[in-house]
Design a protein around this ligand. Structure first.
Ligand code: MN
Length: 228
């Protein structure tokens, strides 16, 4: 195949302990997946239909690279999230087979231009510019599941060594298998898909000079600042 100019590279994420990398196909995200976070955003937690949105695959930031500080915002927020990495996919996946599609787990930050999100919500407009911008998906290394799955691990985010988000993933309203089932009713999932599984309470602003450190207990860590 020849292209009119060099094809963009496949975005990828390192895998802990091996040289091969995880090629990113799509980045799916779920909103309002922790009751206390739903409340801090002004919503009563409910388990009606999950709130899904996407980021572009090349929004991932990994390998110790620092994201650029986003354009066009004066209220950038952090949202620490467990990230699920799929090695298989399909449509209408049955609940009992959902975890078989999981390759591994990581910790990531769903960077959010909260001011643009608030403006979009007020007008009933889509969230794309608030969520799907360049470098909006920092992510740690993917840790292969090898038959283990997080159940009650702590998820934490520290800004300049102060803990601002801390919760257990047992508090997720939609579990990982349930998220996979629901997503696969809307999209054909594929190996290479990443799923950001929602953030606990404590979201807040980030400044250019801030240093962010987050962890999924017993699995992995992620640390970054901003450049530019
Ligand atoms: Mn989020």
């Amino acid at each position: 195949m020849t292209y009119i100019f060099a094809a963009p590279p496949t975005p990828s994420v390192p895998i802990l302990g091996i040289a091969e990398r995880f090629p990113v196909h799509r980045i799916y995200c779920i909103g309002r997946n922790y009751a206390e976070h739903a409340r801090e955003m002004g919503h009563e937690p409910e388990k009606g239909a999950p709130v899904f949105f996407m980021k572009p695959a090349d929004a991932v930031v990994s390998d110790g690279r620092n994201p650029g500080f986003p354009m066009a915002t004066s209220n950038l927020h952090h949202e620490v999230e467990m990230v699920v990495a799929l090695s298989g996919g399909g449509r209408n996946i049955p609940l009992e087979h959902a975890l078989e599609l999981v390759y591994g787990y990581s910790v990531g930050v769903d960077l959010t231009r909260r001011d643009l999100q608030a403006a979009a919500k007020a007008k009933g407009n889509p969230w794309d510019t608030a969520k799907g911008f360049d470098d909006s998906a920092p992510i740690g290394p993917i840790v292969p599941a090898r038959g283990r799955h997080p159940i009650g691990e702590r998820l934490e985010l520290h800004v300049n060594d102060h803990m601002v988000q801390g919760a257990t993933i047992a508090d997720m309203l939609w579990s990982v298998p349930e998220i996979i089932v629901e997503l696969s009713k809307l999209y054909e999932l594929r190996g290479g898909d990443l799923i950001y599984t929602g953030t606990p309470a404590g979201v807040g602003p980030l400044q250019r000079e801030d240093q962010v450190r987050c962890s999924l207990e017993g699995w992995c860590e992620l640390e970054f600042g901003f450049h530019g």
